[in-house]
Design a protein around this ligand. Sequence first.
Ligand SMILES: [Zn+2]
Length: 376
Amino acid sequence: MAMLRVTSCLFVLLLSAFFSMLSFAGEKRFRPAAHVVTSFDDAVSAGLPRSMRLPTTKHHARHAKDDGELVIESELDVGLRFPGDVPGKMYVATWQGQHAVVTRSGDHLDISVPAAEGVVVTGFDNESDVPHHVDTSLTFDKGQRQTTAPPASPSTSRAMNPRASSLPQITFWMFLHDDVLDVDRQHIHARYVAWWIADLAKVLPSHRLWAIYSQQIAGVTDIPYGHTLALQDWTDAIDSWNTRERTPRPSATLDFKFMLITRDRTAPGTSGQAWQGGEQAMASLNGRYSVIAHEFGHTLAAVHDDAEVRYASGWPCETNMIPVTSVLRANCYRYSAKNERNMRVHVAREWTIPSIPHLPDEPKYIIMDAKSPASD
Ligand SMILES: [Zn+2]
């Protein structure tokens, strides 16, 4: 009898230990404290994966399966610097049941969800716990938010070596033209870049990727564009800047791609241009969400011919390199398998074979309406 009691006591003990372990595992849940951004930081420093609930508005909850739950899964190994050398971190997450990429930088927390109707961004900042919805059509504030003093551009040595990495690096250096200064750079990142670079990191696991933003550099971010030779002019501008800044020469372990991000079309009839397999590209925020992915894709040797329209998910979607886009199709937010292979071969061989002449993407390849075809 005594034996039985000891055994059952032991059993109860074990059982309660088991349940407390279970509840510990399920307890990775954070109630937002005063500020969402602070709670997010607390959740991350407590260890990932972790789930937390965030305030939502009806608008955000439109497609919600699990309203307001953010599961932060892991940190992305992608380097990120905003103008003024402001560091950022990115995370793979699930937001309201959908695959998401979270970017945390300065006082910003932005959740990007690549959806059929466009990239839906839910943003928070230190000022308020009410999410600000980043509208699908970028609003230009006529310069009201323009910063007064030009922030220092990140020094190349610091930018390139904040974390020791044994992997060769590819830096996607994006220069914000003076005419997009009134658009929040964090939101440019959240809409056009976050989902793309998270995907590219999976496509090119052999390299560590960097996204660096610079702005307000005389002779670089103020050049005229929109004419037929704009890409050549951008190339000349960035060449002189590289000489002036003594940017390290590209090598087997360090590669650069330089993009000018503009408000209007980069050349007549086109929202982006790039040198095929080269180093310079241009993209307009007037283009689709995939415009930056498309142009950087060219610099990594991805081609139009290997792009595809996919029908698997019920509604057709276009991979990043589709040359002429249709408002009747969604973005796939991916490259085709063939273009992924093209890019892998390119980064693997770039330094071992003589490079082919860098022919530009022909300027009339992508004709689009002024607005991206997103809803709202
Ligand atoms: Zn193209």
